[in-house]
Design a protein around this ligand. Structure first.
Ligand code: ADP
Length: 213
């Protein structure tokens, strides 16, 4: 089963993807994570994308499609979760082509709806464990006082360079201009399902599970 998680920054795509990885043995393909890895390891591509990402702009279709193409060559286990990809109509068309070349289907596109006011507080308070990627929030799930991640027992608290109000504004603008048309695109293809991303994490998990069956 291959699925897309669609929604604005902070909608909870990564959190839900992690759950599907654990419960359904699926593979999470987050282009955001891949680009951050490239940036952290200082590759040529990483240097090119660093400024673009810090501003909150989109990286070129060519770069992200290349990253996804490479990952589709690897093990597919219980199927792929596309998290933060596609983000433009060009990427959506490229994904359809890549999947059909592999004889794979797209089984569901799940739109996670969250209102903009909630996104600002979710993102500006967000941090993750440097070791296992567990997601924390300053108000709702603070980093443990003993300094150790409650999930893996190690790591350190990490914040993303683009998780500030200014970049978020630009990321939202990019989302509404370039990514939100995908909602209509997948609706017209009969592949779109919608969940309310504002509820408790477990409630959202259950809603997604209902859709996937
Ligand atoms: P979020 O959804 O929280 O904004 P991501 O981790 O998905 O964060 O992406 C972070 C940044 O990486 C984006 O703002 C953009 O610069 C870049 N990026 C990630 N995925 C894509 C994509 N599919 N196309 C273009 N740029 C991307």
């Amino acid at each position: 089963m291959n699925i897309i998680l669609l929604g604005p920054p902070g909608a909870g795509k990564g959190t839900q993807a992690r759950h599907l990885v654990e419960t359904r043995n699926m593979i999470q393909l987050s282009t955001g994570d891949m680009l951050r890895e490239a940036k952290d390891s200082g590759t040529e591509m990483g240097k090119i994308v660093a400024d673009v990402m810090a501003r909150g702009d989109l990286v070129t279709d060519e770069i992200v499609i290349g990253l996804i193409r490479e990952k589709l060559e690897g093990d597919k286990a219980g199927g792929f979760i596309f998290d933060g990809f596609p983000r433009t109509l060009g990427q959506a068309d490229a994904l359809a082509e890549l999947l059909s070349e592999k004889g794979e289907n797209l089984d569901a596109v799940i739109e996670m709806q969250v209102d903009d006011a909630a996104l600002v507080s979710r993102i500006t308070g967000r941090s993750t464990c440097s070791n296992c990627g567990e997601v924390y929030h300053d108000e709702t799930k603070p980093w443990p006082a003993d300094g150790k991640c409650s999930n893996c027992g190690g790591g350190s608290q990490k914040r993303r360079a683009d998780d500030n109000e200014e970049s978020l504004k630009q990321r939202l603008m990019e989302y509404y201009k370039k990514t939100s048309p995908l909602i209509g695109y997948y609706y017209a293809k009969g592949q779109l399902s919608t969940v309310d991303g504002l509820g408790e994490i477990e409630g959202v998990q259950a809603a997604i599970s209902d859709i996937l069956g």
